[in-house]
Design a protein around this ligand. Structure first.
Ligand SMILES: Cc1ncc(COP(=O)(O)O)c(C=O)c1O
Length: 394
């Protein structure tokens, strides 16, 4: 009765790992290098993560508001106004149960005459979303030939046949490559996609994970109500709480109203307890502290693993953001062969082909020898042991 559909690539890898090891990657002493979550405990020099939240049993157990609770929407708009001079109000904020539901809602509501522009190497579930929604796509080159760094011209796109408008979907910093647009380029692209007949969704899950500092496209948006620009954020990575399942969209008020309507049909709002927890994390001084700690800690981890992986012969293409290394395996190994070896050590990486947006799921991909190595969940003490396993398996 139901149309069959496979799991998203990261989960497919987790399920393969579970079949091979009888363990869930991330539990116990496993090495979760395929996982996309950050450490969920206090970072060196970072703020503590609250371990409780108090609930009023009369008012806090009711249905949450469809757009999101006003406390959280206010905290989010204050945050963007403080750090990026965004000029937004809580009416420009819609809350979702994590980052992905916001992305999926936005993609589902795009009108039929719109084609989506997307880099060839991108965040795994974008591929599933396009298959499910059957959208017309224009691929922006992002491959080993251009170092996974598209040029300015590559972002200047005409609608593909049968469509009349273009919508850019882009993770920035990019998952899996860690490549982030420099401020001047980001500004140019925001201006370009703020014009009539154009729109863009900047997926900023890794906003805090950028060297030298966090960045957001919202900084370059003049008046979001006059645009079809969407900024996706989430408490998942920067605030270190993937389990809270809280994400948000910043957009024109009319689009947020549509998301409210969507929530009323398909989501019923987001857990109020989660929203109250995340509101605490966005307190002004705390969030400024968290931004700095995330930036500093992950920069040092990025540099350590860069050296370690390069010394083992990996050809790295990683940018200055995110918490992944992106590169080609040495010795002609394929990512699947590498995982077979790693699974024996309770470790695993994300095979690069799962980030290939052009793949058809059957024939080979130019990213078969590429891997995404996640250092997000690793604490500073795991490095030596990690390198030992990696060196045995290459
Ligand atoms: C680029 C990007 N966007 C959005 C998300 C969404 O995160 P979640 O749905 O887990 O909140 C992720 C998580 O891996 C991501 O990497």
């Amino acid at each position: 009765m139901l149309v069959q559909f496979p799991p998203m690539g990261v989960y497919e890898t987790l399920f393969k790992f579970a079949d091979a090891t009888n363990k869930y990657m991330g539990d116990g002493k496993t090495h979760p290098w395929a996982q996309g979550y950050p450490i969920t405990s206090q970072l060196p020099n970072g703020p503590a993560l609250p371990d409780s939240i108090s609930l009023n049993t009369i008012s806090d157990l009711k249905y949450p508001k469809a757009t999101g609770e006003i406390e959280l929407r206010t905290a989010i708009s204050d945050y963007y106004n403080e750090h990026y001079n965004a000029g937004i109000t809580p009416d420009n904020v819609g809350v979702f149960a994590g980052g992905r539901p916001g992305l999926m809602a936005c993609m589902s509501f795009l009108e039929k005459d719109i084609c989506v522009a997307l880099e060839e190497t991108e965040y795994t579930p974008y591929w599933d979303m396009f298959r499910l929604l059957d959208r017309k796509v224009h691929f922006i080159p992002s491959n080993a030939d251009n170092n996974f760094r598209p040029s300015d011209q590559d972002y200047d796109i005409q609608p593909v046949e049968g469509t009349s408008r273009v919508f850019l979907l882009k993770s920035n910093p990019c998952n899996p490559t860690g490549v982030a647009l420099e401020p001047e380029r980001l500004k140019k692209i925001v201006k370009h996609y703020s014009q009539d007949g154009r729109g863009a969704l900047f997926d900023e899950a890794y906003e805090f994970y950028n060297d030298p500092e966090p960045m957001s496209a919202i900084q370059y948006v003049d008046n979001i109500d006059d645009t079809d620009i969407f900024i996706a954020g989430a408490a998942t990575k920067g605030l270190q709480v993937p389990g809270m399942r809280v994400g948000w969209m910043i957009a024109a008020k009319k689009h947020i109203e549509l998301f409210r309507n969507y929530s009323s049909i398909g989501m019923g709002g987001v857990s109020r307890a989660s929203q109250l927890y995340v509101t605490q994390l966005l307190e002004k001084d705390r969030v400024a502290h968290a931004r700095q700690a995330v930036c500093d800690f992950f920069k040092s981890q990025r540099e350590r693993y860069e050296k370690g992986l390069s010394d083992l012969g990996f050809e790295l293409y990683t940018g200055c953001g995110g918490f992944y290394h992106w590169g080609k395996l040495p010795n002609g190994l394929s990512a699947d062969e590498f995982n077979e070896k790693l699974f024996k050590h309770d470790a695993g990486i994300l095979p690069g082909y799962l980030c290939d947006m052009t793949r058809d799921g059957e024939s080979s991909s130019p990213l078969d020898n590429f891997i995404r190595f996640s250092f997000g969940p690793l604490d500073a003490g795991s490095y030596e042991g990690d390198m030992e396993i990696l060196s045995k398996c290459v």
